[in-house]
Ligand binder design. Structure first.
Ligand code: TRP
Length: 368
């Protein structure tokens, strides 16, 4: 049964390079999923058309960042031999599906979407909301359903999009009386790794606009400078002062990244993170020590990624070719679904012999 196939789909908006927050929040998990191989098809989409819904006046930004995101994907180990990586705008069936699905959604429903609501405020769109922006959840439904994807690994902010998609799928299948579309399910990250990584300044969100991120493409020197400038405990002034671990960004990062082996390799004085935390709280552990340790830990994680990136940076033509081939593959699959959608909606006039015959008969008598 086709419906029981496991089809995974995720995507990112190409508005900038990916940082270690993206890495622990989703990329790492995607690579795990990919390598586990427990799926029939897996797609990773660069959502440039969606990115344009709030960057329509700056297409150059999107154009520059498609390759950056692709390089980041490849450098963390996403493998186009195992999965399909493609560019959203190159799959025109997605736009057609969006148009047909938009008949099934009310304006009121779109305006209720909590993620879209907060994005509208953030972007100052309250006064006049671009239609394309308000309706991007419909387009996201097209992204998902075109591939009959049923497993959507996303962050919690994407739950309203998946819910919207499920509603559209149900209403499509009901109205057109055919089980054409597949209801997707969101898969939320479960590990501690998925906790949102704060910025190096302690701000809740790591983001390009706040300039507080560590990027997968950052070189060793940059990572060192960033780690050394990280927010810790402002009251921890002298080494001997007792320090706070909660809200201390260095410890938040260590929680996510540090392994037992890291202590063996870089900080033998402490057996594990609990021991280090206890000592820091008691007093006597300096910020420089914990930062140097974190730097070593991050370097252990990022060095292989950086090296892989270097390889692909010197083979940009291959990367573009990979994206083109992935997009062609995605096109084939999406076109097939579009055909099924049109069949269900009975807008397949030219291949519907019955319809043509009926109209021939209808006008036959007129000739007599
Ligand atoms: N909205 C997602 C984000 O901002 C990106 C995205 C677009 C997506 N289409 C998708 C994610 C389909 C999952 C499935 O991160």
């Amino acid at each position: 049964m086709e419906n029981q196939k496991k089809i995974i789909l995720t995507g990112d908006r190409p508005t900038g390079r990916l940082h270690i927050g993206h890495y622990v929040g989703s990329l790492k998990n995607r690579v795990l999923l990919q390598n586990k191989g427990d799926f029939d098809e897996m797609y990773v989409m660069i959502a440039d058309a969606q990115a344009l819904t709030d960057n329509y006046d700056n297409p150059g930004k999107i154009r520059e960042n498609i390759i950056e995101v692709a390089l980041d994907y490849l450098s963390v180990g996403l493998d186009p031999k195992k999965i399909t990586i493609f560019v959203q705008s190159q799959v025109s069936a997605l736009t057609e599906l969006t148009f047909f699905y938009s008949n099934l959604v009310t304006l009121a429903r779109l305006k209720r979407n909590p993620t879209v609501k907060s994005e509208i405020t953030m972007r100052g769109f309250e006064e006049s909301i671009p239609v394309g922006f308000l309706t991007y959840p419909i387009s996201q439904t097209a992204d998902i359903t075109a591939f009959k994807a049923n497993i959507i690994p996303v962050g919690i902010d994407q739950l309203p999009m998946i819910e919207q998609a499920r509603e559209i799928v149900r209403s499509f299948n009901k109205i057109y009386n055919k089980e054409v579309l597949v209801e997707p399910e969101a898969v939320l990250p479960t590990t501690k790794e998925a906790l949102r990584l704060p910025g190096i300044d302690g701000n809740q969100k790591m983001s390009k606009s706040l300039g507080n991120g560590i990027y997968l493409a950052d070189d060793s020197k940059t990572v060192k400078e960033k780690v050394m400038s990280m927010y810790t405990d402002p009251d921890h002034i002298h080494v001997t002062d007792p320090g706070k671990v909660e809200g201390n960004t260095v410890f938040t990062y260590l929680d996510v990244f540090a392994t037992k082996e890291d202590f063996t390799n870089f900080l033998r004085e402490y057996e594990n993170l609990d021991a280090l935390k206890a000592a820091y709280k008691k007093g006597g552990v300096g910020d420089v020590l914990i930062k140097k340790f974190l730097y070593n830990v991050l370097e252990r994680e990022l060095t292989p990624i950086r090296e892989k990136r270097k390889y692909y940076e010197s083979h940009i033509d291959e990367v573009y070719k990979m994206l083109e081939e992935g997009s062609n593959k995605a096109k084939e699959k999406a076109n097939k679904t579009l055909e099924e959608v049109k069949d269900a909606m009975r807008i397949n006039y030219f291949k519907d012999i019955d319809l043509i015959n009926k109209h021939i008969n209808k006008y036959k008598n007129h000739e007599d």
